[in-house]
Design a protein. Structure first.
Length: 100
């Protein structure tokens, strides 16, 4: 049994010795400069329509509070924007990004 362990160990060592190691960049700046052309900026804009009241209740007609809080009501239609980033993984334009 001990003989089989030695053979297995030698096979593992031989396997790892055949792996080719790529050169490590001198600094993070060198790596960033090399990869910068593959980084993309993603931005979206959409129109959001709302139908709900900003308050869970309605002020009675003629109430001074209705006039005072009217600026806090949600608009019926607004623009929403989002920003993100990603990187190109293939020359045909496949982009990887994280959605949060």
């Amino acid at each position: 049994m001990n003989f089989l362990k030695k053979i297995f160990f030698l096979v593992i060592i031989f396997s790892f010795s055949s792996i080719q190691v790529k050169a490590v960049p001198d600094s993070f700046a060198n790596l960033a400069e090399k990869l910068m052309p593959s980084v993309v900026n993603i931005s979206t804009t959409q129109t959001v329509k709302t139908t709900q009241n900003a308050f869970p209740f309605q002020f009675p007609p003629g109430s001074p509070f209705g006039e005072m809080f009217k600026d806090f009501e949600q608009p019926k239609e607004r623009k929403a924007s989002s920003l993100g980033s990603g990187f190109i993984i293939k020359e045909n334009g496949i982009v990887i990004t994280i959605i949060m």
